[in-house]
Design a protein around this ligand. Structure first.
Ligand SMILES: Nc1nc2c(c(=O)[nH]1)N[C@H]1C(S)=C(S)[C@@H](COP(=O)(O)O)O[C@H]1N2
Ligand SMILES: [Mo]
Length: 199
């Protein structure tokens, strides 16, 4: 029996256990971009992986397509407080993209077309927790949502899921990205409500 009244739910936040603290359920898919949408054609698209010793591999769209893809359904949580449940994606697990690179790395700074960056601990993008996503909802990613390819790290706030991914810089220390330099949390775990530095 559901004994949670409307008033109780209103004071204590959503009763859905899949909604992290302070978040509300969104059914649309809002677009949040800090700048204009860069138009990147797949023919020119590259993903550079730069290891801690400076060695660089550059993947083309065909290279990415040749890697094993996964279909996944997951919830996403934006720091502006919307959460969206059961979003469906197709992408390449980051481990397959790294292909053994980052053996001594602790962090990765993700670079996007347009200049956006975001930092992540390596352990948060390995172990089947991050993808280079090429499809959303069964269709190729639209440009406003990060097409042709974006990072997808659904267990962290969605600003970590860099759209228009361009490069992965492997590091032996944490270098803050775009929002992180402006005071957002270095990790950004929605379940611990790590929105800003000090949370
Ligand atoms: N390159 C890039 N990636 C980005 C952003 C951005 O401004 N530029 N915004 C981030 C933020 S704050 C969020 S909430 C999500 C939004 O993704 P969406 O527009 O597909 O909803 O993308 C993240 N990735
Ligand atoms: Mo966001």
């Amino acid at each position: 029996m559901n004994v949670v009244t409307r008033g109780f739910a209103g004071r204590r936040g959503p009763s859905n256990p899949r909604i992290p603290p302070g978040q509300y359920l969104e059914t649309d898919f809002p677009v949040l971009s800090a700048g204009p949408t860069p138009g990147v054609r797949t023919e020119e698209w590259r993903l550079d992986v730069v290891d801690t010793d400076g060695t660089r591999r550059s993947l083309s769209w065909a290279d990415l397509g040749a890697l094993p893809h996964e279909d996944l359904t997951t919830d996403i949580h934006c720091v502006t407080k919307w959460s969206k449940l059961d979003t469906t994606w197709r992408g390449v697990p980051l481990e397959a993209v790294l292909d053994g690179d980052g053996a001594v790395a602790t962090h990765v700074l993700v670079h996007s077309y347009g200049g956006y960056t975001t930092n992540l601990p390596l352990e948060d993008v390995t172990g089947g927790r991050a993808w280079v996503a090429t499809h959303y909802g069964g269709k190729p990613l639209t440009p406003e949502h990060g097409g042709p390819a974006r990072l997808l790290v659904p267990h962290l706030y969605f600003w970590k899921s860099a759209k228009w991914v361009r490069g992965l810089e492997l590091l032996t220390e944490d270098h803050l990205g775009f929002w992180e330099q402006l005071g957002y949390h270095a990790l950004g775990d929605p379940w611990r409500e790590q929105r800003y530095v000090g949370d």
